[in-house]
Design a protein around this ligand. Structure first.
Ligand SMILES: Nc1nc2c(c(=O)[nH]1)N[C@H]1C(S)=C(S)[C@@H](COP(=O)(O)O)O[C@H]1N2
Ligand SMILES: [Mo]
Length: 391
């Protein structure tokens, strides 16, 4: 079926563009046509150029705050090109007493809140599952930490007045359905929406959000997997029932029981993903590094979504013995925690360095991966192999 978008792309190819471009939202047109944009992510690993998906190399993850230009990108749909801050509105409707439509200026007059949060794509580490699963083959770097500033969703909902029937808040972004990709919509339970740390952010690391990270507004749902952080946010709708949108009803679901690797799982045996699981990442030394013998400083980050990190241990003997690392640096409720330990590596041979985190509820990174059909929540202990090359 040819729709208006197809006709416009056809027109663009034929060089027939003119007045049409102005009459039609620019987004749909430019999204499909060159030029290829890199969004300032040249140092990242391009997993897909359009829509933009960029992974951060581990070598660029060695700081508590991930610089915005090094922050990973995950988009199911093209970045909208009609991102006009002055015209942008956020609508709060559904099961509320007073529906609201707020402009950015009005949002900025409300009390601001800043949350330092580690954002991780649920599919981070998907490439390591065996048997392989379909989807973007993320390695280790679909994760980063930023300071997000905006207004509390609770403040907005209080102003609108949530009715008794309200059970969920559906978040809609300004990206548009394309081809077989449905409109991107996510839903959170009303309790999470009312949490004082759940915000509608307009800043990332002290600057307006860049377009690729959701300018001008995005949701920040702390401790939960990345897809809850809806970019280009233009609507919060309070509902009394679950959304039947594809991204809510079918995607981001995880088996309620352990399943055999490669098994098909019935939809009824799946539940929505919510919080991230306990995990660690060794950022130094880098995998494959050649190092002089002696004490090798090992460092990295560990995180556990809504929970704190209680302990990180390091092994250099394939997990037979573990030594506790020091937890250092800044501590923020939903952010990763730095760990450091100098290990002794004196023999001129290859060493496997492993890190294993435990969260405040006693959850430990599992030895065996929890295989699941979409390859979510990879969290076995991290490992890097280094070569000791003599003194
Ligand atoms: N509107 C919209 N929001 C979105 C997405 C999207 O495709 N569209 N992708 C989500 C996913 S899967 C992740 S992991 C995060 C990634 O955020 P980032 O690109 O700023 O790193 O954004 C989420 N928000
Ligand atoms: Mo994601």
């Amino acid at each position: 079926m040819l729709d208006r978008r197809d006709l416009l792309v056809g027109a663009a190819r034929l060089g027939l563009l003119g007045a049409v471009t102005r009459a039609w939202p620019a987004g749909t047109l430019q999204a499909q046509a060159p030029p290829r944009q890199t969004w300032g992510k040249e140092k990242l690993i391009a997993r897909s150029a359009r829509p933009p998906d960029y992974e951060t190399p581990v070598s660029l993850l060695d700081s508590f705050i991930t610089p915005t230009e090094h922050f990973y990108v995950r988009s199911h749909l093209p970045v909208p090109t009609d991102l006009d801050a002055r015209a942008w509105t956020l609508t709060i409707d559904g099961e509320v007493a007073t529906p609201l439509t707020l402009k950015l200026d009005e949002l900025r007059t409300l009390p601001a809140a800043t949350v330092t949060m580690t954002l991780e794509c649920a599919g981070n580490g998907r490439a390591f599952f065996d048997p392989p699963v379909a989807g973007i083959q993320w390695g280790k770097g679909a994760v980063g930490t930023a300071r997000w500033t905006g207004v509390r969703v609770a403040d907005l909902l209080k102003r609108a007045g949530v009715r008794e029937a309200g059970r969920f808040v559906v978040m809609n972004g300004g990206d548009r359905p394309l081809g077989t990709m449905p409109d991107f919509v996510r839903q959170m339970p009303i309790a999470k929406a009312l949490d004082a740390d759940t915000i509608v952010a307009y800043e990332m690391n002290g600057q307006p959000l860049p377009p690729v990270h959701g300018f001008p507004l995005r949701a920040i749902v702390p401790g939960w997997e990345g897809a809850y952080a809806v970019k280009w946010l233009n609507g919060l709708s309070v509902t009394d029932r679950e959304s039947d949108n594809f991204w809510v009803a079918s995607a981001y679901r995880y088996p309620v029981r352990r399943v055999a690797p490669g098994a098909a799982v019935d939809a009824k045996e799946m539940a929505p993903l919510t919080g991230l699981v306990v995990k660690s990442l060794i950022t130094a030394p880098l995998d494959g590094a050649k190092i002089g013998s002696g004490r090798v400083p090992v460092a990295g980050f560990a995180w556990a979504g809504e929970h704190d990190i209680a302990k990180v241990e390091i092994s250099v003997d394939h997990g037979v013995t573990w030594r506790p690392a020091q937890l250092t640096g800044e501590q923020a409720r939903y952010a990763w925690r730095r760990f450091e330990l100098a290990v002794d590596a004196s023999r001129p041979e290859s060493y496997l360095i492993m890190s294993r985190a435990t969260d405040s509820r006693g959850n430990v990174q599992p030895e065996a991966p929890h295989w699941n059909p979409s390859g979510y929540l990879w969290n076995v202990p991290d490992r890097v192999r280094v070569e000791i090359v003599g003194a």
